[in-house]
Design a protein around this ligand. Structure first.
Ligand code: X8Z
Ligand code: ZN
Length: 627
């Protein structure tokens, strides 16, 4: 989604993927409340005695003002993302500037209640208010404006980016969507390398803007009392910032053996296919050969990785294409999954206002997002849907955001968010784990459910997306945390990026990179300023949710064969958790759905257990790893 500047729940506007942000509060604050609140703020400035009632009144007014401003920003951002031009960027950056300046003002005022004894709920809301912005600006209005302009520009540069090759009449320009398709389908290493390098020409001009943005937002975080923006970003998980980073590493260590086994097997298969000159048998895998522009998910090279006798149980790309479904039909199928669980259908305006396909005549930000424009009913997705398995899954991902946004819309503004941002990313993915052969047969996309002898093929296809993603999900924000806390300086941005890519993913750039490149900027979430740790969390959480929902549905078989389609009991369990929004610390929401209060990688490990056994057997005479 696009989240704006507010990290706040879903909503806002600036950078995210679950976007939208927020909605507007349905009730206006009473005049009395508004008055108390500004008196409260004034009292605070004068060092006057504040009370708990002042804090509550302040919060009520603050949320009402933010909700109103967020709605304005959401509409401006929708325009800037669906009609990229100077004017839409101008309008968006003005709205963003106003929103940021209000959020900063309120966050600073919130600090005045720091020493007051308050009930847990009030304290929680004040903390959330302080942490609401993804990119806080300092109080200086000039810097707020500059930050807003940089954000709009970066987003526009990414969205309108293309790669043109050839001269004169022979010139051919590729959009990122087209290049993504070729990266998935081409098996010509030279062509893949050309596209890989070509797309990365979009980002060097972003680098000075990005550097400046880091400077301004760090100053903003410091004014709010954080050491730097890294600490602020890591403080949003109901635990200390360092504990959060340690928990991420801890989860990674649990799933690493699975990743390493997959890496070893995939490298061996790519080596068989392309030879030692292209794929070093014991080294890092060249990043252009994995079926994805960022080598973040590898499912598109299933055909190269599978054994000859390992028939895929089905080819979802072909099933979608052969079914004759339109792009919008793909969304209808996704909606039907949610309604089968007892969710209300999407509103008519969703169908009227969403962007399902890439408009022919203008630049848009194609990166998929889900929006909540008014916190009432105006929810939308923005995609450039292709008739592929990847986009079919992404449709479910985005709808997960929208159904979440809709179900918590009556919470106070600050609680209209996921229990943490990983929850928001995990919902639709958890649903998509129920896209099993049994389900595909039920909805008429497939004739026969394959026997369990095909399970390894199915699990391999899933692992190439789900397991391959894990180190990427971790390293993106490891890079940003280092950039924000000054450990990595601009002169080393690209080097630090590749060090993490190599160490965590065991992949390498197909051609030498230098500091004249800015490869992080070629990934949406960097110019889009969407925090990325959420996707790592979501990969772990979605399997926890899936396991819990399958139990609620009374499913007995292996996790990878379970589908909760049509199961009201599972739907109710999911809805009860979603409706909490961010009103409680995330472990409470986790407990509501799974009975556990922590992140637990055992669900993803259980799910892939049969594949792990297979990979260990395959790898037994291979030398794995990539030192
Ligand atoms: O950005 C997204 C979603 C929107 S929130 C399409 N994802 C990450 C990515 O594409 O890099 C989903 C998976 C990871
Ligand atoms: Zn998302």
């Amino acid at each position: 989604m696009k989240k704006l500047a507010l990290a706040i729940a879903a909503t806002v506007v600036f950078a995210g993927c679950d976007s939208g942000e927020t909605g507007k509060e349905t009730t206006q604050p009473t005049n009395a409340a508004a008055q108390v609140s500004s008196e409260a703020a004034q009292g605070a400035q004068n060092g006057g005695d504040l009370t708990a009632a002042d804090a509550k009144a302040f919060l009520e007014e603050a949320q009402s003002r933010l909700a109103e401003m967020a709605e304005e920003l959401s509409h401006a951002s929708w325009l800037a993302s669906t009609y990229i031009n100077t004017d839409s960027q101008y309008v968006e950056s003005l709205a963003s500037e106003r929103f940021t300046s209000l959020a900063v003002e309120l966050a600073n005022e919130a600090a005045q209640f720091d020493d007051l004894q308050l009930d847990a709920e009030t304290r929680r809301q004040l903390t959330m208010l302080k942490q609401a912005l993804v990119l806080p600006a300092p109080k200086d209005p000039k810097l707020t404006a500059e930050l807003a302009q940089i954000q709009s520009k970066l987003q526009g540069m990414y969205g309108s980016g293309k790669y043109c090759t050839g001269e004169g009449d022979a010139e051919k320009c590729y959009s990122l969507t087209e290049m993504g398709r070729l990266m998935a389908e081409s098996r010509d290493p030279e062509q893949l390398k050309d596209l890989w390098v070509g797309w990365r020409k979009v980002s060097p001009p972003m680098k000075p803007l990005y550097e400046r943005q880091v400077e301004i937002a760090n100053a903003g975080a410091q004014e709010l009392g954080y050491d730097n923006l890294s600490v602020m970003w890591r403080s949003k998980y109901d635990m200390g910032a360092d504990d959060f980073a340690a928990d991420m590493d801890n989860q990674w260590n649990k799933v690493k053996p699975l990743y390493k086994a997959l890496h070893c097997h995939v490298r061996a298969k790519l080596n068989e296919r392309y030879g030692d000159d292209v794929v070093p048998p014991n080294g890092k895998i060249p990043a252009h050969l994995l079926g994805n522009m960022w080598a973040q998910e590898w499912g598109n090279v299933y055909d190269v990785v599978k054994d000859e006798d390992m028939e895929a149980p089905y080819d979802l790309d072909a099933l979608i294409q052969d079914s004759g479904m339109s792009e919008k039909d793909m969304v209808k199928v996704g909606e039907k999954f949610f309604t089968s669980l007892g969710f209300k259908p999407l509103p008519e305006t969703f169908w009227e206002r969403s962007q399902f396909t890439k408009p022919r005549d203008r630049d848009v930000v194609c990166h998929a997002s889900a929006w909540n424009l008014d916190s009432k009913d105006d929810i939308r997705i923005k995609m450039c849907i292709q008739k592929t398995a990847d986009d079919f899954i992404t449709v479910h991902h985005e709808l997960g955001h929208n159904f979440y946004q809709r179900i918590y819309k009556d919470q106070p503004f600050l609680y209209r968010e996921g229990a943490n941002d990983g929850f928001h990313e995990a919902v639709g993915d958890a649903i998509a784990l129920s896209i099993t052969p049994k389900y595909l047969k039920e909805i008429g996309l497939m004739d026969e459910v394959p026997g369990s002898d095909k399970d390894i093929g199915f699990l391999m296809r899933q692992a190439l997306d789900k397991i391959a993603f894990l180190p990427f999900g971790l390293m993106v924000d490891k890079w940003r945390w280092q950039v924000f806390d000054g450990e990595v300086q601009p002169g080393d941005y690209n080097k630090a990026w590749w060090k993490l890519r190599e160490d965590y993913q065991g992949i390498q750039a197909p051609v030498a990179r230098t500091e004249a490149d800015f490869d992080p900027g070629a990934k949406y979430h960097i110019p889009g300023n969407t925090p990325y740790a959420r996707y790592f969390l979501a990969r772990i959480q979605q399997f926890q949710f899936h396991r819990a929902l399958c139990e609620a549905a009374g499913e007995q078989g292996p996790l990878h064969r379970c589908s909760i389609y049509n199961n009201e009991a599972a739907g109710e369990k999911l809805r009860d958790m979603l409706a909490m929004g961010a009103s409680k610390p995330w472990p409470d929401a986790m407990e509501a759905i799974t009975g556990q209060r922590e992140l637990d990688a055992s669900a993803i490990i259980d799910y892939f257990q049969p594949l792990m056994a297979y990979l260990e057997e395959q790898n037994k005479d291979r030398q794995c790893g990539w030192e």
